[in-house]
Design a protein around this ligand. Structure first.
Ligand SMILES: [Zn+2]
Length: 447
């Protein structure tokens, strides 16, 4: 059984599912106002691997991830550019998904947008006000953090220290009674998109968005709430606080993915000039190299990404492709059960991908020495289906054709059968035999 580190209990815990065999997963998605950077890519890969591995091990997965399409940063960007919020949000979201597609990150099953849920957020806030957990205070409606007994469960330290930090950070939320209180509804300022509410026109606070959308789409007591580690506090704690105050059973487990740091452990930031945009990375390097790098780091730890590490990982991926070419028919063999089990043992232990990758490299050495196709089959299956790293076993297939094959897999995953068929026809016209395997579309030249 899969065990994961739960940020709330601070222990690795067995994933006991709400409904056996079905994993419900909510991951906080992007605020769409700028190009995604390398850290976003690592984030996308972390959840993609969890989702693929859960499915590989036999679970049905329902993955919901939101898009925050109303936010101070989007408004600021729209004002700078002299355009409207919806335009900035739509354009930035398109760039986000294109970059994720190129990384081979599967799209969530559902992608709710905050602006489509405002009415339901107003309902939740009204309930919190009626229940004495929230109050109208000058420039908005605020949640009273001390109205729930265990506020601070997901906080990294004692509340009095956090309180001091919070006081410094949010001077603009003038109507708050206490520094740990947070905005549920922000009354409109001139030039902002607004919605009606019992407290006056305005817009919802970010923390309210995810509570409403996760419970609406996944139901009470869903299995896993995930996000980047930087969202643990206050964002996730504030989501949890609202659900608790509203009397709703919220996520059973909390899981967080680590950040990307620059060489030497320095934080990456635009002002330090050491960031790389994700579109730039996938243009310059094999996206599979980035995936391998992410797999070689544990998902909870910080990882470094640099031209040197990407180039080294690119050479390692070429080595994997060479392995797949040496035993080209391995996929047709039933995978070796021993390799599968050793791989699963590492993955089940809080997604120990570095350990799992080591198991696969060991098995590759064995398969090369013995020519055992069942072992090779287990290796290829684990890389491709469980970890999402597709090996190129036919040199004669062009990168463009592989890209089309990946597009076709996405169309199939989205049940877009006409789209998938159209791409297959194109590939056939390009001179390929197109086969469906459990690992996705497989290509070989037809002559
Ligand atoms: Zn969220």
């Amino acid at each position: 059984m899969l065990r994961l580190y739960d940020t709330a209990t601070r222990r690795v815990e067995p994933l006991e599912l709400r409904r056996p065999g079905e994993l419900s997963l909510y991951v906080c998605g992007p605020t769409v106002y700028a190009e995604p950077h390398v850290g976003h890519g690592r984030f996308g890969l972390a959840w993609d691997v969890l989702r693929r591995y859960a499915r590989w091990s036999g679970l049905a997965v329902r993955h919901v991830s939101n898009v925050t399409d109303i936010d101070d940063k989007i408004i600021a960007r729209a004002n700078d550019e002299g355009t409207v919020v919806a335009e900035v949000a739509a354009r930035s979201e398109e760039v986000w998904w294109k970059a994720m597609d190129r990384l081979g990150v599967e799209r969530p099953d559902e992608i709710p947008h905050a602006t489509a849920y405002v009415e339901r957020m107003v309902e939740l806030i009204a309930g919190l006000v009626a229940g004495g957990h929230a109050y109208a205070g000058g420039d908005g409606v605020y949640f009273a953090a001390d109205s729930i007994p265990d506020y601070g469960l997901l906080a990294p330290g004692p509340l009095d220290q956090l309180q001091a930090g919070a006081r410094v950070e949010v001077a603009e939320e003038a109507g708050k009674r206490s520094p740990l209180d947070f905005a549920l509804w922000k009354l409109a300022k001139p030039g902002e998109p607004t919605w009606e509410s019992p407290w006056g026109p305005g817009r919802p606070g970010w923390h309210t968005e995810c509570v409403v959308m996760s419970l609406d789409l996944l139901g009470d007591g869903f299995d896993l709430h995930g996000g980047g580690i930087d969202l643990t506090f206050p964002h996730h704690e504030n989501e949890r606080a609202q659900a608790e105050a509203a009397g709703r059973a919220f996520a059973r487990r909390w899981v967080h993915s680590g950040l990307v740091v620059a060489e030497g452990g320095e934080k990456m930031s635009k002002s330090l000039g050491n960031t790389m945009s994700l579109p730039e990375l996938v243009d310059r390097y094999d996206p599979r190299a980035f995936r391998l790098l992410a797999l070689q780091a544990h998902y909870r730890r910080s990882m470094t990404v640099s031209p040197a590490t990407l180039e080294a990982a690119g050479r390692a991926v070429e080595g994997l492709d060479a392995f797949a070419r040496e035993l080209p028919d391995a996929r047709d063999e039933a995978p070796d059960a021993g390799v599968r089990q050793r791989f699963a043992e590492r993955m089940d232990d809080d997604l120990d991908t570095p350990g799992a990758v080591a198991v696969l490299y060991g098995a590759m050495r064995d398969a090369r020495a013995s020519g055992d196709r069942a072992v090779a089959s287990a290796v290829v299956d684990a890389w491709e289906r469980a970890l999402g790293l597709v090996l190129r076993s036919h040199e004669e297939v062009s990168p463009e054709a592989w890209a089309k094959a990946a597009l076709r897999d996405r169309a199939r995953a989205a049940s877009d059968w006409p789209g998938a068929d159209a791409i297959r026809d194109e590939l056939v016209a390009d001179g390929y035999v197109v086969e469906d395997t459990p690992a996705g579309t497989r290509l070989r030249p037809s002559r």
